[in-house]
Write a protein that binds this ligand. Structure first.
Ligand SMILES: NC(=O)c1ccc[n+]([C@@H]2O[C@H](COP(=O)([O-])OP(=O)(O)OC[C@H]3O[C@@H](n4cnc5c(N)ncnc54)[C@H](OP(=O)(O)O)[C@@H]3O)[C@@H](O)[C@H]2O)c1
Length: 317
């Protein structure tokens, strides 16, 4: 099997590389990791050429334009990377019978729902990044509609943290510099570990022998169970780092709550980022391999605590 993994230098792309290093695939499988230097996804011709020469059986698209605020002005670039590039990958997959894994976001919703979003809820993005990601989802679904060849999974996720810039690392940096901090308390979601996300994605598409398996194409919400606010998450992160004896100026109770409406941002955020994950859990259950559900048992709080402990061990705080 030929695997082409985009987003080599991003949080999720690095998580896939770690995963394949820990549990290498059989030698007949060939993985190519693609970063911006190997292929700029805003260049349709370069992407088409790469696909046609690499001939992937499995395409993992962990790349994206993720600069939410900048997307308000650079929306053409955001659409090229988040909508046009996935469409080209989908066209290749349907033409050659390949499998496409793509990633999307809770930002395709406006956050006004009372309760977690399910996969079939109506998309209503409220910023340009969300619009570009929603357009990417729609493009993939449209290309695959009425095509019998190939299969796809679009994993919607939220609040990703891994090897790269993310909210948790920002809080830790600020906690070293400041004695007080204001963090939004009325936006809810759940943090998703990039390593966990990579693992559950492969659990859906590979069998125990690491061969591609048939699954039902569609959108899946790939987040751990649970719910928190940015404020609660910041307090947990600071407490965990203090417990690991990291010298921080900030104490958890010195993190003040602030309403999103009081916090100036370029692109509006979502009040409700909660995604219902039952569809993906059920699909893994139905795969008949119960070991695939083991990755769901660890609570998100424990994952965050392990992550902060890992940053501390690696001298990254
Ligand atoms: N991060 C979150 O909180 C979050 C939340 C919900 C959904 N998601 C989705 O989850 C997926 C993975 O996110 P992530 O956190 O891993 O993102 P990330 O760390 O920002 O990584 C994105 C990667 O895409 C690459 N990229 C951007 N523009 C490119 C271009 N023109 N050509 C080639 N590569 C390009 C970047 O390359 P460079 O390294 O060269 O810049 C970067 O390595 C994305 O689909 C994202 O939309 C993320």
């Amino acid at each position: 099997m030929n695997i082409l993994a985009f987003g080599k230098d991003g949080q999720l792309g690095k998580a896939f590389q770690n995963l394949f290093q820990k549990v290498p695939l059989a030698s007949e499988n060939n993985i190519q990791y693609i970063g911006r230097n190997q292929c700029d996804l805003s260049h349709a011709i370069a992407l088409n050429n790469l696909l046609n020469t690499s001939k992937p059986d499995l395409i993992i698209n962990a790349a994206a334009y993720t600069a939410v605020d900048k997307a308000e002005t650079e929306y053409e670039l955001a659409f090229a990377i988040n909508a046009k590039a996935p469409e080209i990958m989908a066209q290749y997959a349907t033409k050659h019978g390949s499998t496409l894994l793509h990633y999307s976001t809770d930002y395709v919703f406006d956050g006004s729902k009372d309760g977690p979003y399910i996969e079939d809820d109506h998309r209503k993005p409220i910023n340009m990044y969300g619009k570009s990601k929603a357009a990417g989802e729609e493009a993939i679904v449209n290309v695959f509609t009425n095509c019998s060849a190939g299969q796809y999974a679009i994993f919607r996720t939220s609040w990703v943290y891994g090897d790269g810039a993310n909210f948790i690392r920002t809080i830790l940096r600020l906690a070293k510099e400041r004695e007080e901090l204001k963090v939004i308390c009325d936006q809810y979601g759940v943090p998703t570990n990039a390593g966990w996300l990579a693992q559950v994605s492969l659990d859906l598409v590979l069998d125990l022998q690491d061969n591609l398996r048939k699954f039902t194409s569609g959108i899946y919400h790939a987040v751990p169970s649970g719910k928190t606010s940015w404020h609660e998450l910041a307090a947990l992160v600071v407490q965990t780092a203090r417990d690991a004896n990291i010298a921080l100026k900030l104490k958890p109770h010195d993190i003040q709550s602030i309403l999103a409406a009081q916090y100036p941002v370029v692109a509006p955020g979502s009040a409700n980022s909660c995604l219902d994950n039952s569809k993906l859990r059920l699909a893994l259950e139905e795969s008949g391999d119960m070991s695939k559900l083991q990755h769901w048992n660890k609570a998100w709080e424990k994952e965050v605590q392990s992550y902060v402990a890992g940053l501390s061990r690696d001298g990254l705080i």
